[in-house]
Design a protein around this ligand. Sequence first.
Ligand SMILES: Cc1cc2nc3c(=O)[nH]c(=O)nc-3n(C[C@H](O)[C@H](O)[C@H](O)COP(=O)(O)OP(=O)(O)OC[C@H]3O[C@@H](n4cnc5c(N)ncnc54)[C@H](O)[C@@H]3O)c2cc1C
Length: 472
Amino acid sequence: MERRHFLHLLVGTAIATQTSLPGAAQAETVFGAAGQAASQPPLTWRNWSGSQSSTPDLRLAPASVSELQNLLADPEHATAKIRPVGSGHSFSPLVPGNDILVSLARLNGVLDHDDTRCRARVAAGTLLGQLGQPLESINQALFNMPDIDQQSLGGLLATATHGTGAGLMSLSGYIEGLTLVTARGEAFECSQHRHPDLFQAAKVSLGSLGFVTEVTLQNTRPYRLKKTTEWLPIEDILDTADTKAREHRNYEFYYIPFSGMGFTSTHDITGEPAAASPELDQNDGARDLQKARDYLSWSPRLRRLILGGYMRTLSREVKVASSWQNYTSDRNVRFNEMEYHLPKENWQAAFREVVELVERRFPEVFFPFEVRFVKADEAWLSPFYKQDSVSIAVHRFFEEDYRPLFSAVEPVLRRYGGRPHWGKLNSLGAHDFRSLYPNWQDFCDLRQALDPTGRFLNPYLAGLFSSQKATG
Ligand SMILES: Cc1cc2nc3c(=O)[nH]c(=O)nc-3n(C[C@H](O)[C@H](O)[C@H](O)COP(=O)(O)OP(=O)(O)OC[C@H]3O[C@@H](n4cnc5c(N)ncnc54)[C@H](O)[C@@H]3O)c2cc1C
């Protein structure tokens, strides 16, 4: 708290030295969330960031799998396009559709478990945040978690949602079995031994094969994590990142653009008792960076001096807590995001280029860049398919146009062999994905066989999957 006041004082001093601040007044008046909400017609669906929307004729939430099967078998809906929706936290146009949107939110909770093998069967509408405590009560815990816990299990698996950890896969890598309800209303149970191809396809399916109704998760025994956050000059972070990623169970870092500084975050298993030092609230931090951008982007040098100077005063933070209480945080300052997963050999060069590009051309950017490490897996459409990866993410405040930034950064990330996160914004099409995924055609064939009339395809997915065979 006191340190935030210190930053305000520094920014305020910088303001006082200026006679005009055009950016500041503009930012207050142009963007207003309240007006946006009031104008929405009742049926409009929007994702978390507001980058996607649609006005479906029907929004349904079946109370049971058989209700879902009846819906799919109902001749009245035979020609309707049907999209599964989780909690709407994807940035890319995976969900929008104007016919029927179906949420499995009412199918939630741990259904049963196998103590010997440390596995739990969980309904796919369960939110990640609803899982920690119930799993702990059956002596189980997830291997890893992403930045937030608001996603549904079905939704996060569909896009290969990941946390960080060079030795840890995306969450789709920890599925031992799943049930898929297809366009004809049939339920297929699949695993490595039963329908193994369907299993590798359905683990990361973009909701294009049907509804995943339940999932068997391979878990681990409950563990306590020590999380340590440290502010460092970016060159120090880059010098040690690969080593630290190997040494710590979970390692990631954020770079604060136009500051020369970033912070690293590590998680390690500990027997220490639960404890926490005072934490800097990440949402307050984002708002401070926005203010610094508004008032200081006229002078990159002063911005760097003030931000960098402030961040050098920030102390180490340590938090010891149960794993499920120590991975995620609330994200209240909305943004749009692009994230690419790069072969691990390439990330440093790509990262340096992205920083150079953004700091040369996009002074309006203030959100941190995020870098995470993810282990390879076997799911056909996983961006980590047979590739240990490092993920680089850039963000833009949700009220501001993300396109100029993302379209400038994307070619850099592609040039270094990146595959985009399915749930995040990117401009790739069928042709690009075909060359990035060795099993692309197998997936297309399987999808076509399961859903020949394309009931689960919205315009975006039709663009990806409806031209089946490679040309030329
Ligand atoms: C603030 C924020 C933080 C994030 N942090 C991370 C992070 O740390 N790591 C990361 O990898 N990603 C992250 N994401 C991205 C997010 O995890 C993914 O986009 C995820 O897919 C969202 O889950 P959801 O439940 O909201 O699904 P939705 O966005 O609603 O849907 C995603 C896809 O899943 C399909 N789907 C939903 N339910 C089912 C089902 N039962 N069966 C079949 N298909 C289904 C939908 O059709 C769609 O294709 C973040 C997003 C936000 C907004």
